[in-house]
Design a protein around this ligand. Structure first.
Ligand SMILES: [Zn+2]
Length: 275
């Protein structure tokens, strides 16, 4: 049975910490080196529900996508939300490891898993990493690929509905439903910073999450790609299978959380479709 230090060393090799954005906080959050890792749970978010799942499944390690502690903290008071989670993890001897923007840019990374679910082929990064270390590596943020056969935007949305895990948020799209799409850009997580990259890549549609009113409106008014706005969690959940695949070479029992950790609990469409 591998020790925690062996598992985290393997994860560090797959997702080197220096690939992460400067503002990001990745790697080991808590857990002693000598914890024996029999069971791992892969999650997008460390929240009370996924920590409860880790306890219920006797996980020794949680591998998470989003950092639990992104900004500086001066206290882990268990009366506070995050302090309580950290206390619970340490008391239960559950390690926590985070691979965030370093997993986004990896090849295969978070957006490869998303693109694969949609059946995209000939993938390349939406915004490639530059520098000698990354030359020809296929690493970078987002992916652009081709549908094996063109689809209408409406059919592409249908395909995405079936391909992504179910959420309260669901999917919404901006664009003509009949628009023919053959090149698709995707970016797991909040992707409105890459709207221009998706347009420059010649994408007919761009699937991401957390799209906001003004950037989305301005972008569609400039006849950019159609936009498909999915639940943040749903765009990153597919990558959990990738990391679980890596970990299963080292650990016997690796599972993936299917708890929808998006904050939305009710969603009603009050206006029908406007196209
Ligand atoms: Zn995210």
């Amino acid at each position: 049975m591998p020790k925690l230090s062996e598992v985290t060393a393997a994860l560090d090799r797959i997702y080197p910490r220096h690939w992460a954005e400067e503002w990001d906080r990745v790697g080991l959050v808590c857990g002693r080196d000598d914890i024996e890792v029999r069971r791992v749970l892969c999650v997008v978010d460390v929240v009370p529900e996924t920590v409860a799942e880790a306890i219920a499944t006797s996980a020794d390690l949680i591998v998470a996508h989003h950092p639990l502690l992104l900004r500086g903290v001066s206290s882990l008071d268990p009366a506070e939300y995050k302090g309580d989670l950290v206390h619970t993890l340490i008391e239960r001897r559950i390690g926590l490891y985070v691979a965030h923007t370093n997993a986004d840019v990896a090849n295969p990374g978070v957006s490869d898993a998303l693109a694969d679910r949609l059946g995209l082929v000939d993938l390349r990064p939406l915004r490639p990493l530059t520098g000698p270390e990354h030359e020809g590596s296929g690493r970078g943020i987002g992916r652009v690929g081709r549908l094996p056969a063109p689809l209408s935007l409406a059919d592409l949305v249908d395909r995405a509905v079936k391909a992504l895990p179910p959420t309260v948020w669901g999917l919404r799209a901006a664009g003509e439903p009949d628009r023919r799409v053959s090149v698709v850009a995707v970016s797991g997580g909040a992707g409105d910073g890459y709207l221009n990259d998706a347009a420059a890549a010649g994408a007919g549609a761009y699937l991401t999450a957390d799209l906001r009113h003004h950037p989305a409106s301005e972008h569609t008014a400039r006849s950019g790609p159609a936009l498909i706005d999915a639940a943040h969690w749903a765009t990153e959940r597919p990558w959990l299978d990738t990391v679980a695949g890596h970990l299963s070479e080292l650990v016997d029992d690796v599972s993936v959380s299917d708890i929808d950790t998006d904050p939305w609990t009710i969603h009603q469409n009050t206006g029908g479709n406007r196209a």
